[in-house]
Design a protein around this ligand. Sequence first.
Ligand code: ZN
Length: 94
Amino acid sequence: MPPVEDIDVHEKVKIGLDFRYGCHSSRNPKKSDGYYALDRIYRENGTFYIENVFIPHTNTTKCRSFALWDTDPACAGCESPRDLEYEQRCLALR
Ligand SMILES: [Zn+2]
């Protein structure tokens, strides 16, 4: 098997110093509990109709960067509550 060629990271996928994890944007007070989207509702004969359905947000809004809370620049200034329960679950896997 030939050796893997090492190439530079493309400009568009480089992460800058101003990059922050998603936990930084989870404190938006205007954020709703979910959103509406069109969905197909199927009848028994295989046909369907379109209906608006509510899709609740289920992703955590807590910070999960527990291994790097104090050293990771992408978590600097993060004020989201830390997901300590998740941390314990991950540490138990070690
Ligand atoms: Zn964070």
